[in-house]
Design a protein around this ligand. Sequence first.
Ligand code: SF4
Length: 328
Amino acid sequence: MAESLLEVNHLKKYFRDKKGFLNKNPKPVKAVDDISFFIKEGETLGLVGESGCGKSTTGRMLMRLIEPTEGHIQFQGKNISEMSQAEMRTVRKDIQMIFQDPYASLNPRHRVERIIEEPMIVHNIGDKETRKKKVRDLLEVVGLNSFHARRYPHQFSGGQRQRIGIARALAVEPKLIIADEPVSALDVSIQSQVLNLLEDLQKEYHLTFLFIAHDLSVVRHISDRVGVMYLGKIVELADRDELYENPKHPYTQALLSSVPIPDPTYEQEEIELKGDVPSPIDPPTGCPFHTRCPQAMDVCKKVVPEFKEERNGHSVACHLYDDQHMAI
Ligand code: SF4
């Protein structure tokens, strides 16, 4: 079994509630609330959940673009959560990000060659000539042409801009790529092209991915394992096929019930969730999902369910699987 490239333990991010500036003791916004997971070398871990569940904050904490409130992040065996920002500069060469919005993430005033070259300059890689050649090679690798180097971002389509973002991430030969909703701003017809490109690059460069998305069907395409987040917590995590075929958490079951199945003979019953996602400033007591859960019991309102492994790396945080309920 491949070694863990990244290990996250009890990671938390509590923000100050800005609206509470008149309040001397504002409650924290619990954006990420005690999550633990690992990513093995060469694998893709998908992280899914509704908007505001903490998945993007998690991705940014792994690069220390946002400072964790508590917890440990271990990358290549080193505890990077306590490194100084100067030490983190070296680590950031090995962890790169691909952003959701290819329109906003590329500087419109710079030519593509400058955009892709920039991370190499920051990390002192190669001389001018070597970098220039690498930019042209990378453009070919991501399915563009080397003559595109002289163009500006506005001269490209959304899918092409995302390819430029991918080339920029690859420029410093990272080990881990955090892809934060990399296809959600693209047309459906372009999404699969970009996903296929990411898969091909993963094989060719032995990359490891954290793939963040709100769309379960996108995550299924690319992930080896999938974690489901709800209100700052990972509520279920399992191998991809196990999660999709045998979802245990009522939230995962509801999310999956709304994913269309391309089989007209299959009748799928959608599980409708009551109400909206509660505020992370004042999350529900006990299980954070109890206010919307179709299977909630009395215990769910009072006791936080433990996130524990049920079998073969399939972990879930739900009282249905407590020993006394014998639901597995
Ligand atoms: Fe639903 Fe209770 Fe399980 Fe939470 S712990 S998901 S409320 S059954």
